[in-house]
Design a protein around this ligand. Structure first.
Ligand code: GLC
Ligand code: CA
Length: 570
């Protein structure tokens, strides 16, 4: 099968199904809702959809705890409905990728139910079981096999009386880690991939895929490491490349599909081991975290102000680090991080900073992902108490803070800064009572409260306004797709030391593109670098209605952005 690298021209829209659109009126987003929004998604100019998990799940981590990999969560619909959505997407030129969560399953998955029932059953070795360091149940003084932390819920081990053993869970207790060293487990992963590819999906976003191979000795980590103890023994583990190559050669090679792997704590050099193009390429790209102000997934909790220089440095390192050999992913939001305008932009200059943020990443080299609501500039919500959170990782962070004696008011401030709930409030379709999220006649109440700002910030209002962020996203995505330089060009940065401006050029394919984005409400000054004659360039985008020039320079108003294009005659 010839791989066409179609993903290099793709722009994806991420749907977190529970909060996108409720079609049957029970207050929970679903595929009936998605079906009614396919035209809207296509209207953005995107060319693909990534669905966060749609599978049956007890929802301990909202679908990232899968109970059955071969079906659709009945709250969301069924396989027939999924086929309709897939078909409707394909008819509109939208590819569809699924979330593949194979580091762990739900504890309610049949495989785990059997695995935990005894030491000898067909699934006994499908998970990571070990004897305690000191035998017996914890209440009888038994202790876990090592000192690793889970990322979501205390220690990484949970005791199972039926086996008098412990199982490993890097995430929540209800997310036991699969034993990928077992060849049967790897064949099952292949079977899952084939099942969905044969239905017609176009690829996978692979959840925490760099975690799937653990150091078999499962050694204790240094007790001095304050959090995520153990990570160095399971991130980029000893067999991860072997296993991913197996999946590639046995399955992915036989379909013209794409993969993007979530990769916490990874350098560009390490990313090349996964993504360098060639016969042993394992993934088409990875999602990294450095530009999110975090080297890992859950460090939004560390209170630090936004640092534009650090952001630019991270982006630049990845742009240049992969340029010759591998492809980048590009994103500013997903279901795991607070809203980007609230983090890196300005709620006061919401539309302006939203436009600047859009330009700061949509013209980079790589495949962009836009998260639901990002395109209308949804912002963080406000929790009155930490109990309003619905997020298992927030519960864990707050528990740890409380153990450290952090006052309740600080716990609440940090929750409001960092919780994943911000990305998970219902999509704001209109100014109505449920933000237009609840459809049908079920009269359901949204499963999570809508952000009160939906009366102003919603799709219907943005659609009526030619200067809205939504209109800007449509223009920017269209522009990106028609300019070969965005796919082919090199990356060059200007004003690196500036804490106010992000300016970069893309050069190649007979074109030059200059992108200048302000990240401040102060007036900023940009003078064009040598070789860029602004008056001779085409102004393709500007965050304000006009774009005055002063010689070969301009003043940027609060959070202004501009994109200029030159077609080199040759
Ligand atoms: C990934 C997902 C996140 C989930 C975690 C465990 O980081 O993006 O939502 O909680 O993996 O599956
Ligand atoms: Ca529903």
């Amino acid at each position: 099968m010839q791989h066409t690298q179609w993903y290099k021209d793709a722009v994806f829209y991420q749907i977190w199904p529970r909060s996108f659109c409720d079609g049957n009126g029970d207050g929970i987003g679903d595929l009936w809702g998605v079906l009614t929004k396919l035209d809207y998604i296509a209207s953005l100019g995107v060319t693909g959809i990534w669905f966060s998990p749609l599978y049956p799940s007890p929802q301990a981590d909202f679908g990232y705890d899968i109970a059955n990999y071969y079906d659709i969560n009945p709250e969301y619909g069924d396989l027939d409905l999924f086929r309709q959505v897939l078909d409707g997407a394909h008819k509109r030129g939208l590819r569809v990728i699924m979330d593949l969560v194979v580091n762990h399953t739900s504890d309610e998955c049949d495989w785990f139910k059997q695995s935990r029932s005894s030491r000898d059953n067909a699934f006994a070795d499908w998970y990571i079981w070990r004897d305690g360091k000191t035998p017996g149940a914890p209440e009888d003084g038994g202790t876990p096999p090592n000192n690793w932390d889970s990322l979501f819920e205390g220690g990484a081990w949970e005791y199972e009386p039926a086996r008098n053993q412990w199982y490993l869970h890097i995430f929540a207790k209800k997310q036991p880690d699969l034993n990928m060293d077992n060849p049967q487990v790897r064949s099952e992963v292949e079977r899952i991939m084939r099942f969905w590819l044969d239905i017609g999906v176009d690829g996978f976003r692979e959840d925490v895929i760099t975690f799937i191979s653990k150091d078999p000795a499962l050694p204790d980590d240094s007790p001095l490491i304050p959090a995520a103890r153990g990570m160095k023994f399971y991130n980029h583990g000893p067999h991860v490349h072997e296993y991913l190559q197996q999946f590639r050669h046995n399955v992915l090679d036989h379909y013209d599909c794409m993969t993007v792997g979530e990769a916490p704590v990874i350098s560009p050099e390490q990313a090349l081991e996964y993504c360098a193009e060639g016969p042993n390429q394992e993934l088409n790209m990875v999602f990294t975290f450095e530009h999110m102000g975090a080297d890992c997934m859950f460090t939004d909790w560390v209170p630090r102000p936004f640092d534009l220089r650090a952001y630019k440095q991270a982006v630049g390192a990845w742009q240049t680090g992969l340029a010759a050999h591998a492809w980048n992913s590009l994103y500013l939001e997903n279901h795991d991080h607070p809203r980007i305008i609230s983090r890196y932009g300005s709620e006061q200059y919401r539309v302006e900073s939203g436009k600047s943020l859009a330009c700061s990443y949509l013209f980079l080299r790589g495949t962009p992902f836009v998260y639901q609501g990002q395109e209308i500039g949804m912002t963080n919500t406000h929790l009155e108490s930490v109990e309003e959170s619905a997020d298992v990782s927030t519960f864990n962070q707050v528990r740890r803070l409380r153990e450290l004696g952090v006052p309740e008011s600080v716990c609440l401030d940090l929750t409001n800064r960092a919780t994943r709930d911000h990305a998970r409030t219902p999509m704001q379709w209109d100014a109505g009572p449920s933000a237009g999220f609840v459809g049908g006649d079920g009269g359901g109440i949204p499963w999570y409260p809508v952000n009160p700002n939906h009366v102003d910030i919603n799709v219907a209002a943005a659609d009526r306004d030619p200067d809205s962020l939504l209109a800007f996203y449509r223009k920017a995505i269209e522009l990106r797709r028609k300019l070969p330089v965005v796919r082919e060009g090199s990356y060059r940065e200007f004003k690196r030391a500036s804490n106010a401006l992000y300016a970069y050029a893309r050069e190649g394919a007979g074109q030059r593109l200059l992108v200048v984005c302000s990240f401040t409400e102060e007036i900023a000054y940009f003078s064009a670098p040598a070789g860029f004659d602004l008056a001779a360039g085409e102004l393709c985008l500007c965050g304000y209605p006009d774009a005055p020039l002063e010689d070969n320079a301009f003043f940027l108003r609060p959070y202004e952005c501009r994109v200029y294009l030159w077609n080199d005659e040759s």
